[in-house]
Design a protein around this ligand. Structure first.
Ligand code: TZP
Ligand code: MG
Length: 211
């Protein structure tokens, strides 16, 4: 049985935006601020380098309750005993599930209601839904879906969804009201001088009582 991590504040690491502070320090601080999901996303590292970065993250986050998810690299995820996140163009969910085994968390990006409805909840634990807004962080992102589009993706998906793409603290409550289980962010944490305070603000705004 897989236990879904707390998706409320889901940090997606970006080495360029973390800068000299580094991935691990950024993740530790964000987890201190309330992030409980950390995705290792690095578009140029090979599997060996992903495993080395993942080990450093696992060591630093040990005992924190935060889950580690690896972007795209199923071999690295399997070696680390971490979760895996894949996009629609990376590999079919059944293939991803076969590679990581039955116990690891699997997330899949969905950009259309059709893709969201096609998710098999026996294989996939959560979806990343978006992009809600255009973002400079992902050069090749699909067309932004906006709030109505996000609500449609979430309604179509048979598993919990995190909203992604240009999400800032002021959007957190709107994402929640659209039905999201959490918010996945890169620049709203990695690009901030204080990742702990940034994560805490995102968490507070997501969980604040509806006005
Ligand atoms: N997938 C869709 S948008 C995106 C990813 C990885 C980037 C989100 O970055 P930011 O800085 O939170 O807009
Ligand atoms: Mg991918």
């Amino acid at each position: 049985m897989r236990t879904l991590p707390d998706l409320t504040v889901y940090l997606v690491l970006d080495d360029a935006l973390c800068g000299s502070r580094g991935l691990t320090d950024t993740a530790v601080r964000a987890v201190q601020g309330g992030a409980r999901c950390v995705q290792l996303r690095h578009k140029t590292a090979d599997t060996q380098a992903m495993v080395a970065m993942g080990r450093a993250l696992l060591d630093a986050l040990q005992g924190s309750g935060a889950a580690l998810i690896v972007n795209d690299d199923a071999d690295a995820a399997r070696s680390l005993g971490a979760g895996l996140h894949v996009g629609q163009d990376d590999m079919p969910a059944a293939h991803a599930r076969a590679l990581i085994g039955p116990d690891a968390i699997l997330g899949v990006s969905v950009e259309t209601p059709e893709a969201a409805a096609a998710i098999d909840p026996a294989l996939v634990d959560y979806v990343g839904a978006g992009p809600v807004f255009a973002t400079a962080t992902k050069a090749d992102h699909k067309a932004p879906v906006g709030w109505d589009g996000l609500a449609r993706l979430i309604a179509a998906a048979p598993v919990p969804a995190v909203a992604i793409g240009g999400i800032k603290p002021e959007h957190a409550a709107l994402a929640r009201d659209a039905g999201a289980a959490g918010i996945a962010v890169v620049s709203a944490i990695c690009g901030q001088t204080d990742p702990r305070a940034a994560a805490a603000a995102l968490h507070a705004r997501f969980t604040e009582p509806a006005s």
